[in-house]
Design a protein around this ligand. Sequence first.
Ligand code: BMA
Length: 849
Amino acid sequence: MKCCEATGEMTHARWERQLTRHMTEAWFLQRMAALALVCWLWTSLLLFCGAQAVRPEQTDVQVLSLNGKWSLRNGNGSLSLSAAVPGCVHTALQAAEFIQDPYYRFNDVLYRWISLDNWTYSLSFSAPPWIRTTKRVVLLFEEVDTISTITFNGVVIETTDNMFRSYEFELSGLLKKDVNLLEVAFVSAITYASQASQAHSSYKVPPDCPPPVQNGECHVNFIRKSQSSFSWDWGPAFPTQGLKGVQLQAFNFIRLQSLTTSTSRDSSSWIVDVDLFFDVVMETAGRALLFLPDLNVFQDFQLLLKEGQSKTSLVLLIPANVSVDLWWPNGHGHQVQYRLFLEARLDTGATFHREARVAFRTVELVQETIPSSPGLSFYFKVNGRPIFLKGSNWIPAHSFQDLVTPDMLRNLLQSAVDANMNILRVWGGGVYEQEAFYHLCDELGLMVWQDFMFACALYSIEKDFIQTVRYEVTQQVQRLKSHPSIIVWSGNNENEAAIATNWFSIPDDKRTRYVKDYVTLYVDNVKAIVEQEDRTRPFLVSSPTNGLESEKEGFVAHDPYDVHYGDTHFYSYVKDCLDWNQFPRTRLASEYGFQSWPSFSSLSKVSLPEDWEYNSKFSDHRQHHELGNLEMLLQVALNYRFPNNTDTLQRYKDTLYMTQVMQAECVKKQTEFYRRSRSEIIDGKGHTMGALYWQLNDIWQGASWSSIEFGGKWKMLHYLAVEFFSPVLPVGFEENGTLKIYGISDLSTNLTLRVKVTVYQWSSLTPACSSLSEERVLIENAATLMMQCLISDLLRDCGKCSRSSCLITFDLHDSSNPTQRHGPTNHLFLTSLRDAELHKPNITVGSGF
Ligand code: BMA
């Protein structure tokens, strides 16, 4: 049976290899045709073009995919099944119907045994003759999750300890003609993390375990694996074991392992830096051509490749007279990317060719003094233009990454764009995302704030740990640096704050050691590697951080939440979220938010009728944030009437709904506060240049801060985000009895506008009164006070109105064309909705919730 499976796999693999070969050849001919067009301009025309007329003896690499059906067995052999690669143990068990949906009800806890077991993946395959006659054969694992011993034909070829890096091994000499056996024997990540923490006996590296409410696993900081896979305050513990792509790469002379591009600008022209990473069998020379057909720019280079692993850097200068279209963030221009072709031919006759994309954009993080404000500014300029960051924080889209499809990613990322976002922060407790994610961000104009994967913990600086982190950081920067969407690297999530504000109760006399370890890991290693690999974008050591001020204070600032510097994270669940006075007037808000529940239609898929109560065991189980369910009710109670339907199911649905109403209004209020604070300094604070709420997406169906439910359904917050992130937005608020209306503009031109204020009674859709302000200039890329008046005057002049019987709406109108509105209509309630004189609306809506 095993043999049959392996044969099936090999047939498929052979087919894939043939296809790759044909595609490569066809592609090559096509490229050569393109090259012929420009050859007349190329100085070494005869030499290179003459050579291309001959069919290449050898393309650079032949690939044999080992993806597909593998065998999988547990530690004592009592369970064996076939398993897909890419894939993981949980999805294999579910596909083979050994288990139900792991997200169903309490299965995360019931299926804990899966992650505690040690699983082995194995594949038998025969090596085709062509591969055995090739000089070098490399076995490549795109990702190994996480702790494993890999054997090939019974010989241990490697051990792995980091899911964030790829692994490869030389197989030449080990390949047999008939059956080859490849095995990856995993050790439970939970067991490994526990043993690694015990072995670190000299001093504690906290935290030990997540809070009990998370039903999580301990010591995740001792393993280079998605930190949230051991549970988080919005997600379950599923510490998977599994494999991503596996393949053999065979070559006789040279293998081009990867190609990276980056662009930069000197005073007069653009430069494209192309780094080529080679694996060379024997020293060889050749020629390479870089070609940007859409700009008609090309350049040839001599190559001299030394034996072993090597890097070659090519610099392509774009002449000053060539006009280049820039890549802009969403809302600020187009996302132009150019095709770049690399063609090379070696003296051995081997050729290779690659296509990549390059985009031209600059990014700067501006930290400079601001008049009338202590501290430093903290904002990003893209292509010289200050950009207010509008967005959210991204977490892994699934506990089982093999189930994340490009379609899911597109749906989520398009939703971010639809909500007028221009940035997502890939948060440091999840994963470095797959290629499709960054390609989509490049295409959609979503900037990426890329954390390194360390979060909410202290970490060891044992030699092996640092070594594996060094591989990880080097590989990830090389993999990701070509993406124009990434505008900043950031060392970790909240670990500077964890030390500074002593989350883990470290005694004073021990603090120095932890600060020293922090600097060793993030400054001497992560930062040093990033700066060596990529100097085209800024690096922050942490988030939140005080930026340059943190550096000055030895990288752990006295108060990393200081609003006069850097970015801040701010959460407050018990104060009235509609009172804007409590929000920190920060330079950049990179995290803030409120929880809500997903809709009933999402929850009912993973629960039973007995679970459908706000206080059920299920509701508690799906809430991983201590007191979270209570906090939501308290916040609802501050401004709304409680659902009181006597039908328990209806009351449950109404309560879920109210948590979404509350969350949407709270995040709206806070985001509007940040947007209107961009151009002012009040009491030394302000110039806020970013609002990224926590969090965009969900990992499962549970209570969380997300604006999009697991499965892609928008919560109410996401619908409001479309408006509160709108490029032009009127924001109204009350200050000491005065109504102030600001106009926010992300545009690059001024507009002359008037504000239309309309007062409505809650009982009628006909305005009680309305007025048009004097005209004012809405300043480009700024927040401008457009009008102000006393609320008491407004209500008095309107007549028939009190704070509880009326509300205000307002919008921005073109002063020369009053029918043209700019931005959405916004509103301000004059009292808490709990006290408003609401009337039964007699409106029926669909039952989608
Ligand atoms: C932030 C994040 C996450 C967390 C969120 C909500 O600080 O960095 O660690 O999930 O708060 O508590």
